[in-house]
Design a protein around this ligand. Structure first.
Ligand SMILES: [Zn+2]
Length: 469
């Protein structure tokens, strides 16, 4: 372990030195999912933190700077996960509102652990080739996370929303800086958005939760006022909406981004047209739909990438059989007693969500890849590769999946940074992934990472994160 850290530091120093000079990645196949272009025998010239040019064939060596041979490799824009939550670790104790395990690990200890492991989480994203992420809601200290990431070399670029504006509160998550804030009136939400705007959020997030006590229509005036006030401050609004009628209401009220999939019924043509006409970006977050149920029923299906690159402390907590029986919340006891029911619910969700994704993609709606990492069992970093598998199951091609995770995701990221990431082209940030095998042959190759480049700095992937085995 010690040796690894020293080695890592050595490479880091080399990398920083390399940063100042011009480098050229020579001879790889460059894949640009933005326009679907594939360039064999290409050269990518990086000057400082930016891409200077991309060209095919033999280049004048004098214009290249330091050459790095990349024959046989595949170069992509860095991946972007457009739905993560840094205030959640992905472990079993991270959502006491869903499964209260305070008696095993007090929630304040969980939050302290999360705050002390931010650099670790950042490095794991880079290990996975994820050079930008969007944090779609959390406490006010999210803004500190964004600041810390932008001051850290081995970290993704971070866009953030502040606390979630909701019809319901979640007291168990409230340690004085709640991630979810209950709002009861249009005036109250306008005041809250004005306060948020001082922090310059990249997004405002609405948690549009619908149940018997909270029908779609009762929260609609608050959603409308939130969107109006945010737009008045030139801030886009993302809405959590998992039912067709909730999602439709959110878009009709002016939402810019829908997060999660519609999972209660097949989307209809009018809905698809509405999303197209309004230029809505939708982030499906498929992986999160299986992970709560699978963790609680002891049926967790972590991928090899998650096992290798996820935080081992987080993963170790996910075995619910290690918790004394008398301390298990009822929800987990029930799931453990009937795992087949948990798996059946997941299957039913995907039976609707996957065809919905295919229909929206085929219609030309902008889909941005995202995982909801940080929720119980959804592992920060490598969860994106499970998301890719599920997008493939929905029927998306490797190029479509890569487009969702790069150029489309950059649109969701937004702002000036968003317009300089997600594509391999002149003047964009040099955030790249170098793969050993062709992801267009098989999307599983998207995790066959040789090197990650963030801000023009090269990181050999195997040196980025100590693996758990
Ligand atoms: Zn989320």
């Amino acid at each position: 372990m010690k040796l690894k850290i020293i080695l890592g530091l050595g490479l880091f120093i080399v990398a920083v030195t390399a940063h100042a000079e011009k480098i050229a990645l020579v001879g790889a196949t460059v894949i640009n999912p933005a326009d679907g272009k594939v360039m064999p025998n290409a050269t990518v010239v990086i000057n400082g933190d930016k891409i200077e040019r991309v060209a095919m064939g033999k280049q004048d060596a004098a214009t290249l700077g330091k050459q790095i041979g990349c024959v046989g490799k595949f170069i992509l824009p860095g991946y972007i996960d457009t739905h993560v939550h840094f205030f959640q670790s992905g472990d079993l104790f991270t959502r006491p509102d869903g499964a209260d395990l305070n008696s095993i690990r007090p929630y304040k200890d969980e939050v302290a652990w999360i705050k002390s492991h931010l650099d670790d989480v950042f490095a794991r994203y880079i290990r996975c080739g994820i050079t930008s992420v969007v944090d779609v809601g959390g406490p006010m200290w999210n803004f500190e996370v964004r600041k810390r990431a932008s001051a850290t070399a081995k970290a993704p670029r971070v866009a953030v929303a502040g606390p979630l504006i909701s019809s319901v509160s979640r007291e168990k998550l409230d340690l004085g800086d709640p991630p979810i804030v209950r709002i009861d009136s249009p005036d109250q939400t306008r005041e809250f958005v004005r306060k948020l705007a001082e922090q310059k959020p990249d997004l405002v997030k609405i948690w549009y939760i619908v149940d018997k006590e909270h029908p779609v229509e009762s929260f609609r005036p608050i959603a409308r006022a939130t969107i109006e006030e945010s737009h008045a401050h030139k801030i886009r609004v993302a809405v959590h909406a998992t039912e067709l009628e909730t999602a439709r209401a959110a878009v009709e009220e002016g939402a810019d981004i829908l997060v999660h999939s519609v999972i209660d019924k097949p989307v209809d043509d009018a809905f698809v047209k509405l999303l197209k006409d309004r230029h809505i970006i939708l982030c499906p977050t498929l992986v999160v739909f299986e992970r709560y149920g699978r963790v609680f029923s002891h049926q967790l299906n972590l991928t090899p990438e998650e096992e290798a690159w996820g935080n081992p402390e987080v993963i170790a907590t996910l075995d619910v059989t290690k918790i004394p029986q008398d301390k298990l919340p009822q929800r987990i006891k029930d799931a453990l007693a009937k795992p087949e029911e948990a798996l059946d619910r997941i299957k039913k969700t995907y039976d609707i969500a996957l065809p919905n994704l295919k229909k929206l993609e085929d219609a030309g709606v902008t889909i941005a890849a995202g995982t909801d990492a940080g929720n119980i069992g959804t592992i920060h970093g490598p969860a994106l590769f499970r998301e890719f598998q599920l997008m493939k199951e929905a029927g998306l091609t490797p190029m479509q999946i890569l487009q969702c995770a790069t150029a489309n995701a950059a649109k969701l990221f937004g702002g000036d940074i968003g317009s300089h990431i997600g594509k391999i082209e002149k003047a964009n940030f040099a955030d790249l992934v170098i793969l050993n095998s062709n992801p267009l042959d098989d999307i599983t190759h998207a995790s066959d990472i040789d090197t990650v480049i963030k801000n023009g700095v090269l990181y050999p992937a195997s040196e980025l994160v100590p693996t758990s085995h």
